[in-house]
Design a protein around this ligand. Structure first.
Ligand code: F6P
Length: 342
């Protein structure tokens, strides 16, 4: 059997480990062949690809990014795109296409599956917001990077008696903010799930500083939103795919904190640092497990499914069900986090 694979959307640590896992299973266990379409769905549209075998995957387990490139391009952006995709697959005798992506890439995969393309999905994103799975790979690495950064910010904040406001990724959900906020001992963490009141944030900082602490860490998810009528934030710009470019809310939050409390405040935007570099051991294992399991699903021709982590094991779940809704931060975890707010 010949299998195609592509990576779509924002990159994330663990993509190469997934590719390595599925190629190993394909070649060594099934005797199948894998080719990697370059730059996401664009490679399918433009018929650009590379052969992927065990040899080609040597050394990529700890490497961040994706050796086959990624874009947010979809076949639905092009007139007749779906037909082009089908023609490309037929030209290369591809009987199964493994699509590794987040919400946008997997929604497109589901549409393609409904139009007859034989697809198996693998959920990825540092944001961890894909429904149907307890965890996407890349998330653990991002949390570790953000936590390390917060640990470093503590010491400089304490030396200068400052409030350090740090922005982490998370456009619709606050998984990274919540986990890194708890792990890093943040004073306040702002997540997209719960609109925040900037005055309440300031009151909390003042209470803490009145009790004798003069340094604080405020974690802000890039998608955090102020409660209506409390604060004005700039409109996000949009990229060539109509994807909102977030990032920057932290500047408004920081200047409001400084203006309302008088505490000296500094900003750190972690940005794409959270997405780059080597995956943690956990992400390497999860990625490998996903890759091997997706190859099993492809070989079984169990199309329209996505591999997912549920109750500690990797299972197959219907793609449509998994992308039906975003996975929000568990309210109990948000409660646990709030226990530490002043
Ligand atoms: O992959 C998800 C994500 O990391 C979001 O949290 C972030 O808003 C977005 O990607 C930024 O992606 P890019 O800058 O690559 O368009």
């Amino acid at each position: 059997m010949r299998v195609g694979v592509l990576t779509g959307g924002g990159d994330c640590p663990g993509l190469n480990a997934v590719i390595r896992g599925l190629v190993r299973k394909a070649e060594r266990v099934y005797g199948d062949e894998v080719i990697g379409f370059l730059d996401g769905y664009l490679g399918l549209l433009e018929d650009r690809w590379i052969p992927l075998d065990v040899e080609a995957c040597r050394g990529i387990l700890p490497r961040g990014g994706t050796i086959i490139g990624t874009t947010r391009h979809t076949p639905y952006m092009v007139e007749g795109g779906v037909e082009i995709v089908k023609e490309t697959l037929a030209r290369h005798d591809i009987e199964a296409l493994v699509v590794i992506g987040g919400e946008g890439t997997l929604s497109c995969a589901n549409r393609l599956h409904e139009e007859g393309v034989p697809i198996v999905g693998i959920p990825k994103t540092i944001d961890n917001d894909v429904g149907g799975t307890e965890m996407t790979f890349g998330f653990d690495t991002a949390v570790q990077i953000a936590t390390d950064a917060i640990d470093r910010l503590h010491t400089t904040a304490e030396s200068h008696n400052r409030v350090m406001v740090v922005e982490v990724m998370g456009r619709h959900v606050g998984h990274i903010a919540t986990w890194a906020g708890i792990a890093g001992g943040a004073t306040v963490t702002l997540v997209p799930e719960e609109p925040f009141d900037i005055q309440a944030v300031c009151d909390s900082l003042v209470r803490r500083h009145e009790r004798g602490r003069f340094a604080s860490i405020v974690v802000v998810a890039e998608g955090a939103v102020p409660a209506e009528g409390t604060m004005t934030v700039p409109e996000p710009t949009v990229d060539e795919y109509g994807h909102q470019r977030l990032g920057g809310i932290v500047n408004v939050v920081a200047s409001e904190i400084e203006a309302r409390t008088g505490f000296e405040t500094r900003v750190t935007v972690l940005g794409h640092v959270q997405r780059g570099g080597t995956p943690t051991a956990f992400d390497r294992v999860l990625s490998t497990w996903y890759g091997v399991s997706a190859m099993e699903a492809a070989h079984d021709r169990d199309f329209g499914t996505m591999v997912a982590l549920r109750n500690g094991e990797v299972v197959r779940a219907p793609l449509a069900e998994s992308i039906a809704e975003l996975k929000y931060t568990h309210p109990d975890l948000l409660d646990a986090m709030r226990t530490f707010f002043s």
